[in-house]
Design a protein around this ligand. Structure first.
Ligand code: ADP
Ligand code: MG
Length: 304
């Protein structure tokens, strides 16, 4: 295509809510045959809400939520926001007054491990919130059998479940729910019609991932994937000769976005994800991916 045609295509993209980093990117967009989609915040809204708190035997629900909420107040992760908001709302306040920031016990220190969980000191206690496998492997904190059974049930119902521990003892589990974005299923139908193969990629567990995939019509699911492994999956597909687009929104997607032949960030995503990407979708709607592919084919197909 002529430089002029590419510029026109880029301008047209902006009108469609697709910000294209450089005109030459339309060329890689046109060649894409495989599209990896992050789950949380990309296929789903990422606006999670707390569904259930299950305390361990002898623990109180309110305490579990309070400590988990305090620890999560240091994280921007959608799971963390849901838990911190619920904990804050549960703090009793005088009638008619809004919950106040800081009503939860303050964080004395905080650290997060991408795709696994958070660790914080709250009221002098080391509080952990995250994947139960991470608590077991990294911290030698095992879930009691009853909680493990409940976790399986909640996950089978589509919940994302995290474990809470302090003083090196598991204190409960929390289940949070997310919803699929209204346009995601329609976008997948159209991507398939354009000849692309969709793959769902997530750090969340297999049961939740399968439920979301079924809802939007994706057969190929890679669940329980750590942030670094997302990029490895991109490279493995490229090694099979596929031209890979990755769509994501999180810090945990950044390496995969940069590794893909075409990185696509949600406009609502983190700055790191946007910086690592070639395209940004202003409306954070997967239908814009369909628009981008059609646009690239039109721009580069007609003028060769
Ligand atoms: P996704 O790929 O779906 O965006 P992530 O890689 O961000 O998911 O997270 C994967 C898993 O790691 C979550 O399902 C959760 O179990 C755990 N996790 C990550 N961050 C947190 C956090 N702030 N609090 C609790 N658990 C977390
Ligand atoms: Mg995400």
């Amino acid at each position: 295509a002529t430089p002029m045609a590419l510029l026109v295509g880029t301008a047209r993209g902006a009108q469609l809510g697709i910000l294209i980093k450089g005109p030459q990117i339309l060329e890689s967009t046109r060649r894409v045959d495989t599209i990896l989609l992050d789950k949380t915040g990309t296929v789903t809204s990422g606006r999670m809400s707390l569904a259930e708190v299950v305390p361990a035997a002898g623990e109180s629900e309110a305490e579990v939520l309070r400590f988990a909420g305090a620890a999560e107040s240091g994280s921007e992760h959608p799971i963390a926001r849901a838990i911190a908001a619920a904990a804050l709302a549960a703090v009793p306040v005088a009638e008619g007054t809004a919950p106040v920031a800081g009503a939860l016990p303050p964080l004395e220190s905080f650290a997060s491990t991408q795709g696994l969980g958070v660790q914080a000191v709250v009221d002098g206690r080391l509080v952990l919130v995250g994947r139960s496998a991470w608590l077991a492997e990294q911290w030698a904190v095992e879930l009691p059998d009853a909680l493990e059974r409940r976790q399986v049930e909640l996950e089978a119902a589509g919940g994302t479940v995290v474990a809470v521990a302090w003083d090196r003892v598991a204190r409960g589990i929390l289940s949070v729910n997310d919803t699929v974005k209204p346009n995601s299923a329609a976008a997948i139908v159209q991507l398939k019609a354009l000849g692309l193969r969709p793959v769902l990629l997530t750090g969340d567990n297999e049961r939740v991932a399968r439920a979301v995939a079924a809802e939007v019509g994706i057969d190929d699911v890679r669940a329980g994937v750590l942030p670094a492994e997302k990029a490895e999956i991109v490279r493995a597909l490229q090694a099979e000769g596929r031209v890979v687009a990755m769509v994501g929104d999180g810090v945990n997607d950044a390496v995969a976005l940069a590794t893909a032949d075409l990185g696509i960030a949600m406009g609502s995503g983190t700055d790191v994800a946007i910086e690592a990407s070639d395209l940004t979708l202003v409306r954070s709607d997967l239908v814009a991916v369909v628009d981008a592919i059609r646009l690239s084919r039109r721009t580069l197909g007609t003028i060769k």
